[in-house]
Design a protein around this ligand. Sequence first.
Ligand code: G3P
Length: 217
Amino acid sequence: MKFFADTAEIDEIKDLAATGLLDGVTTNPSLIAKSGRDFMEVTKEICGITDGPVSAEVVALDHATMMKEADKLRAIAETVCIKVPLTIDGLKTCKALTEDGTMVNVTLCFSANQALLAAKAGASFISPFVGRHDDNGTNGMELIEDIRLIYDNYGFETEILVASVRHVTHVLESARIGADVMTAPPKVIKSLFNHVLTEKGIAGFLADWEKTGQSIL
Ligand code: G3P
């Protein structure tokens, strides 16, 4: 399963890239606003950090303007993946861009029917928001299961990119279901390392090593 960082914070992206765990980056208008950076500049900088897909989201609501925005964004780098909302105009834009060889990430997906439409429109990635489902008392991971089943039924090549990931259980369950990608804040990705028994084991090994009075260097 590929790991994308869901952030526009350059230092966090660089830090994660150094671990070898970074397969791409996703941003959205809220994350850009939070970064306080110029959208075009920060997207270009992110493309310089990772060779993987970098999702940059259009903000227009009509197809014609989405295409104009997409043209500007995809000119930044070949690795720019255009993010469009799951609307009629978003899927029109998705179809036009993918037919032109540009990666498209269809975002704000909340139902399996929407995911089916995105795959039929040729989306490179579909971004079902699991955390926001959970916030509303419905099980976001059941959506991922449904999408995986439907995509496998018909051999759709659209990659399931689990988004709105809030904790390590979302990551674990996404891997169990067979999602292709998950995108999460770097702090969630880093917390995958954590286990109290690992920490306890290291402490025990070092305590016993101290008793030997030896050093390796
Ligand atoms: O990529 C979508 C993601 O950023 C949304 O996450 O936590 O705002 O639901 P969240």
